[in-house]
Design a protein around this ligand. Structure first.
Ligand SMILES: Nc1ncnc2c1ncn2[C@@H]1O[C@H](COP(=O)(O)OP(=O)(O)OP(=O)(O)O)[C@@H](O)[C@H]1O
Ligand code: SF4
Ligand SMILES: [Mg+2]
Length: 311
């Protein structure tokens, strides 16, 4: 399998200040993430709110700076031209489309900025992409407020497709939509992957969406990937105690009878626990977990936990 995006030991920190006289705080949002995203796959990224999913996504797209680590795209260091190959679809299609621009203008903009296409070629490409996401050409003369949430998300996807990217990051693309509409957008993503061989990093809290769409899934906790593997494998045989607890919180998704539920709150990324970052909440915690950091064990199904140091 060919790797499209390779991320090695990525660290992203934010420096924040609380109030005018407040002390500055370092937020450790991403703490040593290494993952490979294969050509043509949908890799899902899941984990509780604040664990660093969006920060990782934005850093991959060069919208955030990393302090350490690297991102390779087709084996080359990611540069500004990367944006031509990679695009993002955001959670909220109400906020991500400029209300003052007609859909046609919204879709033309990336072509006008990034290509030397003439007017005719631009119009032709815009028409082609709007049809691709299941909307009619008439949409081009209308404004975002004239569309439903699901239709706006289709438009946001069309905009992401304008420059024919190979790679799309979708950050919670359906969570702001009515449940009845979600399936349509999920099916559109599936179709884009299958017909056009697009590669996706799909960020979602929704384990059902992951089960339906993703080839592989990565589970994130406090800025680290704690488990990664094929979706069926991770769902039928979750290894990390955190993954087990996450899956147990979703009814009817895994058949394990022994329910290990999450207790306590996520520690602050400004003050990370020593040792295994999950040790303050882990039902299987051992003495060494409190001071030593586990490595990642396994090859295809990878887990960062001392319980598997024999894998
Ligand atoms: N621009 C920023 N400045 C300071 N801290 C930030 C910034 N963006 C994110 N953070 C903090 O970094 C951590 C990771 O945030 P991030 O948005 O990446 O999480 P997330 O997993 O996407 O969460 P959610 O599921 O709620 O979208 C959080 O503690 C968040 O408060
Ligand atoms: S390393 Fe220890 S604390 Fe961390 S998940 Fe594994 S058992 Fe739990
Ligand atoms: Mg987020």
């Amino acid at each position: 399998m060919e790797t499209l995006v390779k991320i090695e030991n990525l660290h992203v920190k934010y420096n924040t200040k609380k109030g005018l006289l407040g002390k500055s705080q370092i937020i450790n949002a991403v703490n040593g993430v290494s993952i490979e995203i294969n050509k043509g796959e949908i890799l899902a990224l899941a984990g509780e709110s604040g664990c660093g999913k969006s920060t990782l996504a934005r850093t991959i797209l060069n919208l955030e700076k990393s302090q350490e680590g690297c991102i390779l795209y087709n084996s080359c260091s990611a540069t500004k031209t990367f944006t031509k190959f990679a695009q993002m679809v955001f959670q909220n299609p109400y906020a991500s489309l400029n209300p003052k621009m007609k859909i046609g203008e919204i879709l033309r903009e990336p072509l006008e900025i990034n290509t030397d296409y003439n007017r005719e070629k631009i119009n032709q490409t815009v028409k082609e992409k709007i049809k691709l996401v299941g909307l009619d050409e008439n949409a081009l003369d209308l404004y975002p407020h004239e569309f439903s949430g699901g239709q706006r998300q289709r438009i946001a996807i069309a905009r992401a497709l304008m420059l024919d990217p190979e790679f799309i990051i979708a950050d919670e693309p359906v969570s702001a939509l009515d449940v009845s509409i979600q399936a349509q957008i999920i099916n559109l993503i599936k179709e884009l992957k299958e017909k056009y061989k697009l590669t996706f990093l799909l960020i979602t809290h929704d384990m059902r969406v992951i089960k339906y769409l993703a080839d592989r899934v990565a589970i994130m906790y406090l800025g680290e990937i704690v488990e990664i593997g094929k979706t069926e494998e991770v769902f039928s045989n979750p290894l990390h105690p955190y993954t087990k607890a996450l899956l147990n919180s979703v009814p009817n998704i895994n058949k394990s009878t022994k329910k290990e539920l999450l207790k306590g709150d996520i520690p602050s990324p400004a003050n990370l626990p020593e040792g295994c970052k999950f040790h303050t909440r882990c039902p299987r915690v051992m003495e060494k977990c409190k001071t030593c950091v586990p490595e990642t064990y396994g090859t295809r199904h990878i887990v960062k936990c001392f319980l598997y140091d024999n894998l």
